[in-house]
Design a protein around this ligand. Structure first.
Ligand code: IMP
Ligand code: MG
Length: 188
């Protein structure tokens, strides 16, 4: 077995701070969300739309926590502006593969910070005539909401710190950590 600390794919561990959501808490909460979605959409075939790339780990676990038929699709967006603050101007980099008219759609995000990405995508998807449109985010930063949007399924509320793990990155790294931890910039 390779010791994680000697694995050159992993950056210096001092960039990863306090664990805010442990692996078993993630698993338990994702199972609960899957059960809620199963109940809320009984008899339907929900279409989960994941926002790349941050939602990939979450959506993979979430879909397996849903009983019955479920489909997934993905969108990729980039927000203009610097790396850690959303500008609110969202550009669609990868659009849906399939049609969503008449479908029971659940938009799946990793985290709501300003909420502008979620708000933009809800408006975009609503315009395509889904039968229903729900929203789900693994994380919501405390005190934040997506403007004009109710987030139907929330995993955890988080303090203001920038976080990594379970799909969330800092400069594309740390997505593979099995927990959510604070990110410590190199010179902090
Ligand atoms: P919003 O449009 O400001 O809500 O930005 C949401 C997007 O910013 C998320 O989907 C993430 O990709 C990214 N983001 C916001 N906060 C964090 C964080 O703490 N860690 C990693 N990515 C984040
Ligand atoms: Mg994202």
């Amino acid at each position: 077995m390779t010791d994680r600390g000697e694995d050159s794919r992993y950056p210096p561990v001092n960039e990863v701070g306090e664990i805010l959501v442990a692996t078993d808490d993630l698993q338990r909460r994702v199972a609960e969300l899957g059960q809620q979605i199963t109940n809320d959409l009984a008899g339907k075939t929900p279409l989960l739309i994941g926002v790349l790339k941050g939602s990939v780990i979450f959506i993979a676990d979430l879909m397996r926590a849903i009983e019955g038929p479920v489909e997934i699709d993905f969108m990729a967006v980039s927000s203009y502006g610097d790396a850690t603050e959303s500008s609110g101007v969202v550009k669609i980099v990868k659009d849906l593969d399939g049609h969503i008219a008449g479908r029971d759609v659940i938009l799946v995000e990793d985290i709501i910070d300003s909420g502008l990405t979620m708000a933009y995508l809800v408006e975009y998807l609503a315009g395509k005539g889904p039968a229903s449109l729900r929203t789900c985010s693994l994380l919501v930063r405390q005190g934040r909401t997506a403007p004009g949007v109710t987030v139907d399924y929330v995993g955890f509320e988080l303090p203001p710190a920038f976080v990594v793990g379970y799909g969330l990155d800092a400069g594309q790294r740390y997505r593979n950590l099995p927990y959510i931890a604070t990110f410590l910039p190199p010179d902090s």
